[in-house]
Ligand binder design. Structure first.
Ligand SMILES: Cc1cc2nc3c(=O)[nH]c(=O)nc-3n(C[C@H](O)[C@H](O)[C@H](O)COP(=O)(O)OP(=O)(O)OC[C@H]3O[C@@H](n4cnc5c(N)ncnc54)[C@H](O)[C@@H]3O)c2cc1C
Length: 459
């Protein structure tokens, strides 16, 4: 007999929400979460330095996913939820070292300077662009086919590097932006699909969404995202073991046996592996070489986050927006910069502003080897050119993610079909985490609910 119902491996948002769903939906079950590090949270962390709150990795989630908000409510965190400042909806693209506002309506797009006249006319021609074929197409090919190369280079690629740290020519449209693929297959055009959605939403009395679905506000917690992790720890500390790195899994007749590198073993009816996929690959090697190979093949992009604080008067730009993205064609070190203190005023002390600047991305693997000084110097060098800096930062912190963001490259859908096929042969074994069906916090929460529902249905 296994000594517990479920073991969860990994204490990031995926493992912690899985623990929450099991404890709240099946309180009689026995569950233990094993986390390798001495702290919970994985890529989620917040440091409080000289009055600034610096998020290590993610800085929020979009409030369009009701399940995440429901979890916050169940955790009793409703009162501490913090929405992005609604007055700073501007987003910018850096072109020729100048920040150009991303137009918020078709009328503004026509007169904007974000693309050349030819580029803008090509975007407007979208409804007449040739339709898709069935193959797994790259985001870049899709975008250039529908809205032209200039828009693909200056609007789409920066968005892909901002979200995925990825390269649009490599990433799969179906796996990263399935909604776009669906809009094209159902309506033959994104514009026609948006019009149809607007009409449907109006008929239902709802607000309509943009091309990536209903929008949503960036949402976090007062003082930073780590408040979420602290709450999980407070509520579930009796079910969590820190500094318990799992080395491997084996199977006996009735149960899964989890082997920690401390020498301890635990047995369970079901196991949820909620670690990065390359760690999961190591763990399952002796139970399924094929599964291990599929998991090991999921690539990751490196990201360095450079958080800096400046006196307000040292920055020339009004910082009246979310921040900006940099197209790869600009050949700069930074991928973009988020104006954290414009979005969440409490992240910087009075009289100061805060930037969260990203470097690296797929193909720029050297960034995580650069020293803190080099990363800060390069980030500030680009910021100086783009937003105008008259002084050095008053505070700086660097966070490196060597394998930061999983890349859903062309063929990811097929790879996941092979993973699912292998899992059928391994009843009781489940995967959660950002490497499979979506990289955002909302995706991790949804995946955690999906696997815990399956476990409850199986038991
Ligand atoms: C720089 C950056 C910015 C981001 N920004 C956003 C954002 O603004 N919004 C958003 O929605 N998403 C964002 N993301 C993505 C989001 O952070 C991740 O998708 C999410 O946090 C992943 O959570 P996870 O629990 O799946 O994995 P992780 O956070 O990686 O957690 C996995 C856990 O498993 C543990 N572990 C590993 N090996 C073992 C082992 N052998 N035994 C036991 N435990 C182990 C690790 O220590 C870790 O705690 C960002 C990511 C990065 C890197």
């Amino acid at each position: 007999m296994p000594d517990r119902d479920v073991v969860i491996i990994g204490g990031g948002i995926s493992g912690l929400t899985a623990l929450h769903f099991l404890r709240t939906r099946q309180p009689d079950g026995t569950v233990t979460l094993l986390e390798a590090a001495a702290r919970l949270g994985g890529t989620i962390g917040t440091d409080h330095v000289q009055g600034h709150s610096f998020d290590w990795g993610p800085n929020g989630f979009l409030d369009r996913e009701p399940l995440t908000l429901q979890v916050c409510d169940e955790l009793g965190l409703d009162d501490t939820l913090e929405r992005a400042n609604p007055n700073v909806s501007n987003r910018f693209i850096c072109r020729d070292s100048t920040l150009r506002a991303v137009p918020s309506s078709p009328g503004k797009f026509l007169t904007s300077d974000i693309l050349s006249l030819k580029g803008r006319l090509r975007v407007l021609w979208e409804p007449f662009a040739p339709s898709a074929n069935a193959k797994d197409e790259s985001i870049y090919d899709f975008a250039s086919r529908r809205i032209g190369r200039e828009a693909a280079d200056y609007l789409v690629q920066p968005m892909v590097s901002g979200v995925y740290g990825g390269v649009a020519t490599k990433l799969s449209l179906k796996s990263c932006f399935s909604i776009m693929h669906k809009m094209e297959s159902e309506h033959g055009s994104l514009v026609k699909a948006m019009i149809a959605r607007k009409r449907a939403a109006k008929a239902e009395g709802k607000k309509s969404g943009g091309p990536s679905g209903p929008g949503g506000w960036l949402t976090s917690f007062s003082g930073g995202l780590y408040a979420l992790i602290e709450r999980f720890h407070e509520l579930y500390r009796d079910h969590i073991r820190l500094e318990a790195p799992v080395e491997s899994l084996t199977r006996d007749d009735e149960s899964w046996v989890v082997h920690c590198s401390t020498g301890e073993t635990l047995s369970a009816r079901s196991v949820i592996i909620a670690t990065p996929s390359y760690k999961a690959a190591d763990m399952v090697q002796s139970v399924s070489k094929r599964l291990s190979d599929h998991l090991a093949a999921i690539p990751y992009a490196p990201i360095a986050v450079v958080c800096t604080g400046f006196d307000r008067e040292a920055v020339v730009h009004p910082l009246d927006g979310f921040g900006f993205l940099v197209p790869a064609k600009e050949k700069r070190d930074i991928l973009g910069s988020i104006w954290t203190s414009s979005i969440f005023a409490d992240r910087a002390p009075g009289g100061q502003v805060q930037f969260r600047t990203m470097l690296g991305g797929d193909g720029n693997h050297a960034v995580t080897d650069w020293s803190d000084t080099e990363l800060v110097t390069r980030a500030c060098g680009d910021l100086k050119d783009i937003v105008g800096l008259k002084a050095e930062p008053t505070v700086a912190r660097v966070y490196r993610w060597d394998r930061g963001i999983p890349q859903f490259v062309i063929g990811h859908g097929e790879r996941m079909a092979s993973v699912e096929k292998e899992l059928i042969e391994l009843p009781g074994l489940h995967l959660a985490g950002n490497a499979y069906y979506g990289i955002g916090l909302n995706d991790c929460v949804k995946q955690a609910l999906y696997v815990t529902d399956r476990i409850r249905n199986d038991q």
